[in-house]
Write a new protein. Sequence first.
Length: 346
Amino acid sequence: MKTAFFVEPGKVEAQDLPKATVKKPTDAVLKIVRACVCGSDLWWYRGLSKREPSPVGHEAIGIVESVGDDVTNVKPGDFVIAPFTHGCGHCAACLAGFDGDCLNRDSDDKEVVGYQGEYLRFKNADWALVKIPGQPSDYTDDQLNDLLTLSDVMATGYHAAKMAEVKAGDTVVVMGDGAVGLCGVIGAKLLGAKRIIAMSRHEDRQKLAKAFGATDIVPERGDEAVERVMALTDGGADAVLECVGMEQSVDTAVKVGRPGAVVGRVGVPQKATMNTNDLFWRNIGLRGGIAAVTTHDRETLLDAVLKGEIHPGKVFTQRFDLDHVQQAYEAMDQRKAIKSLLVISD
């Protein structure tokens, strides 16, 4: 099977690898329809984090081709969202709604699987896969893109809003104008935010943020950004979505909230430590982490997409096939694309 493969920093290519197979009773093999490149992929692509040569990708939608003996909730032929989280559905974390922190990950299974390929071995398939009604042919191109975002980016943006405890009437600040931050704008609006301030310096992303529900745009950074938000909000936001992970973004997120605000953090941390004193002196809450993709999809997001209430697929601004996966990464690395779509099969 053809699969995107990380060779070295700055180089990703399509390679022919053995076709994915069911190896455990809890597995399923999917034929991938669409996949995409994530902003977190750029950390190892740029050489900022270490990765051994391996298959890549963690976002996809596809058709179930085969299942293990313990898989009964999906069957061959089903159209599904493949979350990156692989929750088991019955551990304490999954039962609490945090399948991104599933306690039953198989530490003995060292196989690296990549979603950016023709086939995917999906673990914990019985609970974690999210069934989509019908078949890909029943949906428009735009709808397929919307559904693809539910494998990670839309669920992660929504997770930030949930962790920040956004409620009806809130004023919300969204840190980050990448695909996750833009989906965070959608998430905040879904939860009833009245005012959404998007922190963005790029015109194309500002326009999309406005289309998704942002009411204000703040291009400044650092202390200037804090001053601008304070002036706009008369004391700070009720909730803050941190969708970047860099030290400056986290620092600003903590400072733009009013006393008692909560910061929902989903940006992958790029520094091991942080100063928590600012949280203490202003009663700021900080929570968040890996998105609960299956949980959010089933409770809210799949229905919102199927009803046409949200259109997160607009974050895909360029499309590629597997033979041009290098260009897909370059487009995001060079900010020519907000998010790169990979069309794998019909």
